[in-house]
Design a protein around this ligand. Sequence first.
Ligand SMILES: NC(=O)c1ccc[n+]([C@@H]2O[C@H](COP(=O)([O-])OP(=O)(O)OC[C@H]3O[C@@H](n4cnc5c(N)ncnc54)[C@H](OP(=O)(O)O)[C@@H]3O)[C@@H](O)[C@H]2O)c1
Length: 267
Amino acid sequence: MSMPILIIGAGKMGTALIRGWVKAGLGPITVVEPNPSETLKAVPGLVLLPDLTAVTAEGWRACVVALKPHIVRAEADKLTALAGGKTLMISIAAGTPLALLHSHWGEGATIVRAMPNTPGSIARGVTAIYAPAPIGPEDRAFAETLLSSIGLTLWVDSEALLDAAMAISGCGPAYVFALVEAMTKAGVAAGLPEEAAAKLARATVTGGGALLDSDPRDPAALIRDVATPGGTTQAAINVLCADNGLPALMTEAVLAAIGRAEELAKS
Ligand SMILES: NC(=O)c1ccc[n+]([C@@H]2O[C@H](COP(=O)([O-])OP(=O)(O)OC[C@H]3O[C@@H](n4cnc5c(N)ncnc54)[C@H](OP(=O)(O)O)[C@@H]3O)[C@@H](O)[C@H]2O)c1
């Protein structure tokens, strides 16, 4: 069945979603993007528009807003007529609360907020989703269809939890990449040539992730597989997980991300 989808913004996340929809056979898809990539231009069947002027207000099953938060604020009023109709609006913008979106689009607009992550570009993402109570089952199901095309989904019960989820999974890929950088620097400090340290760190993190993915046991069990009591790994884990170690630092980092989302929401 034809389910016309409009997406505004085809940067990193927008392009990941479009790829997922094309693969899943969803659409037809119209993309509003001032500077579409060559890859996007080569995708058969996409309608590409440079701005919102030629976009009709009606006829869309869903409109996904994949713009940077400050651009959402600048462009939102141009979507008011479209959002006020039957279109399901999905915003993936961080720090952009439903109250702000409703202030532009009206109280009657049907809006879902979602927080995907960049592994969605290889269909290995996870997307947290929040839909307020009035949203009907068909709109929920369609949001699930669109967002699950790039990986797992997790529905949360409140908008505050969406910010918490954003700080774990939305920002989380960067934490993993920062871990690779930190392991590389530690390897260099331990005497390895930088190239060798980078290769070891990268392959260890990707291999560790793949092992985690293939083994249903919790991470503590996987740590026990590596760390013999009194051994070398345990010596390192004792330092990493000390009182001011990684768990405390991670909590501080996550709270910083949530704090920034709250600041953005007020701006
Ligand atoms: N990246 C992540 O890990 C991640 C994760 C979860 C959620 N998000 C959220 O997803 C949203 C998009 O992030 P992103 O990383 O995909 O950003 P991005 O790569 O900058 O993509 C935004 C795209 O929108 C285009 N654009 C700018 N103004 C436009 C307009 N008026 N109409 C249509 N398109 C316009 C931009 O073009 P120009 O570059 O030419 O300006 C860019 O291609 C953000 O709100 C972010 O909070 C991102």
